[in-house]
Design a protein around this ligand. Structure first.
Ligand SMILES: [Zn+2]
Length: 77
């Protein structure tokens, strides 16, 4: 099994205090967690505006699964 070496996701808070994850120059917003909170679903922050379907799952702050197909260029510098 080959694994691409990706940079680690960055976990930050928005100005309104909402959790945000930055990964590969895209920004994701928290969209739900498992019952114990260890597994988090993140959706692209442009989901509603750009109809973007990109989604990432993290477990204990490590990416375990995801669909990175964005319908738009990266939003962060
Ligand atoms: Zn997107």
């Amino acid at each position: 099994m080959q694994r691409r070496k990706d940079p680690d996701p960055q976990f930050i808070l928005s100005r309104r205090g909402k959790p945000i994850m930055e990964f590969l120059k895209h920004r994701y917003i928290k969209h739900g967690t498992s019952i114990d909170g260890s597994k988090v679903r993140w959706v692209c922050s442009s989901q509603s505006r750009k109809r973007c379907k990109a989604v990432i799952w993290t477990y204990n702050k490590a990416i375990i699964n995801g669909s990175y197909k964005h319908t738009h260029p990266p939003v962060t510098k």
